[in-house]
Design a protein around this ligand. Structure first.
Ligand code: 13P
Length: 253
């Protein structure tokens, strides 16, 4: 099955409103004419609405970096799915390893967030990945299996179809140490196999699995050649229009 490649930029805690608007303005130009690749950017909450306005009429999608599962109420500091929808978000990233590492995110809270997002028609970019210690201890597959089972718990076929999985080995994030295309493919294939067991061949063949972790214009092409790598979740290299647009235009390089 043909899966539309999907490249998303996770800006993390970078860019003020003004800087964010400048960057998407540049991106609109740098990406004009790009076809057959879906593109999304995930600015911090404060810049979402301004970026949405700037993106009107552009095929670039807006993503948020997290959400809280309640719709509204006394949850100081949190942001609800309804607020994200209204601010123009199409996607939301959930379960990023930085949230798991620094903010106490667990498989269970990831699952609650994913369910809330899908109920409100936000598509999910669901992040999973092992740490260096887990990889070196031979635990990569069990960790991935646990994260998938926990994160997708209770979701039906139609709901997983609205989910993109981002495999981001923690040791490759922000380190300049990318997984080799073969290392990434091995895990992507494993993930697709798990999805087939949990759902069906038709579902698993339709779900896109992005790779994330030190993706650059130099290494994207090799990654995208792998049969089960359907795109990338880009951190550092998404903060400049030049490098991000080169990644999106990987076929032309
Ligand atoms: P880097 O591309 O900076 O390694 O970050 C990857 C990432 O965490 C994207 O979500």
């Amino acid at each position: 099955m043909e899966r539309l490649p999907f490249i998303a930029g996770n800006w993390k805690m970078n860019k003020t409103v003004g800087e964010a608007v400048d960057l998407v303005r540049e991106l609109k130009t740098a990406l004009s004419g790009v076809e057959e690749v879906e593109v999304a950017v995930a600015p911090p909450y404060t810049a979402l609405f301004a970026v949405y306005k700037e993106l009107e009429g552009s095929p670039i999608r807006l993503a948020a970096q997290n959400l809280y599962w309640e719709e509204k109420g006394a949850f100081t500091g949190e942001i609800s799915p309804i607020m994200l929808k209204e601010a123009g978000c199409h996607y939301v990233i959930i379960g990023h390893s930085e949230r798991r590492q620094f903010f106490g995110e667990t498989d269970e809270t990831v699952n609650r967030r994913i369910q809330a997002a899908l109920v409100h028609n936000l598509k999910v970019i669901f992040c999973i990945g092992e740490t260096l210690k887990e990889r070196e201890g031979g635990k990569t597959f069990p960790v991935i299996e646990r994260q998938i089972g926990g994160g997708l718990k209770g979701l039906g076929d139609q709901e997983v179809r609205n989910t993109v999985i981002a495999y981001e080995p923690v040791w490759a994030i922000g380190t300049g140490k990318t997984a080799t295309p073969e290392q990434a493919e091995e895990v992507h294939r494993f993930i697709r196999g798990k999805l087939e067991k949990l759902y069906s061949g038709a579902v698993s063949e339709g779900i896109r699995i992005q790779y994330g972790g030190s993706v650059t214009p130099e290494n994207i092409k090799g990654l995208m050649k792998q049969p089960d790598i359907d795109g990338a979740l880009v951190g550092g290299a998404s903060l400049k229009a030049e490098s991000f647009s080169k990644i999106v235009r990987y076929r032309e390089m």
